[in-house]
Design a binder for this molecule. Sequence first.
Ligand SMILES: N[C@@H](CCC(=O)N[C@@H](CS)C(=O)NCC(=O)O)C(=O)O
Length: 79
Amino acid sequence: MIELYATDYCPFCIIVEKTLEELKLDYNVVSVPSPHHLRAEVHELSGQSLVPVIVDGEDVINDSRRIIQYLKSKYSLDN
Ligand SMILES: N[C@@H](CCC(=O)N[C@@H](CS)C(=O)NCC(=O)O)C(=O)O
C-alpha cells in the first residue's frame, strides 16, 4: 500500500491525495507535525522535510508534481 506523508491544510498534499483517489489506489495517510523541524521521519525517508512525500514499495518520492507524474506514469490506464 502507498504511504502518503502529509500535514493538515497542505494544498500540495490535497492535490496528491486527489490523484490517488482518481487512480483508485490503496493508500494510507501518515500525518506528520506541521513544524518541519519535527519531521525526522520525513527527512530520513526522503532527504528533505517538505510534504507531501509518498512511499510506494522501494520508491520514495517528494514534491507534488513529481509524485503526480510518477503515479500517473505507473498507474494510469491512459498511458
Ligand atoms: N514544491 C513542493 C512544496 C511542498 C511544500 O511547500 N509543502 C509544505 C506544506 S503544504 C511544507 O511542507 N512546508 C513546511 C515548511 O516549509 O516548513 C511540492 O509541490 O510538494
